[in-house]
Write a protein that binds this ligand. Structure first.
Ligand code: SF4
Ligand code: SF4
Length: 78
């Protein structure tokens, strides 16, 4: 497993925005408060309804050899 850095490449590859659990109200918040890329940023400040996680389909997951999911709840991939 490789550490996920917050960089443009990873931000562009993150598919959290397409996830059913991604809270819609993030879209209304300031940019700095709506990171996605939770495997690099750490967990969300918001309560998440865990109704599915698409991390398994994500290029960031593959490139960094991650095996988990729900980083928005559990925090950074370590
Ligand atoms: S693995 Fe999950 S949290 Fe990390 S960038 Fe991909 S979709 Fe986002
Ligand atoms: S970490 Fe997983 S569950 Fe959370 S928003 Fe991203 S894809 Fe969805």
């Amino acid at each position: 497993m490789k550490e996920v850095h917050v960089n443009l490449h990873n931000i562009r590859n993150c598919i959290c925005g397409k996830c059913p659990s991604f809270p819609g109200k993030w879209k209304e918040m300031a940019h700095a408060d709506m990171p996605g890329l939770f495997c690099g940023h750490g967990r969300s400040k918001l309560e998440i309804d865990q109704i599915g996680c698409v991390c398994g389909e994500c290029e960031v997951q593959k490139e960094h050899e991650l095996t988990g999911g729900y980083y928005c709840v559990s925090g950074k991939a370590v």
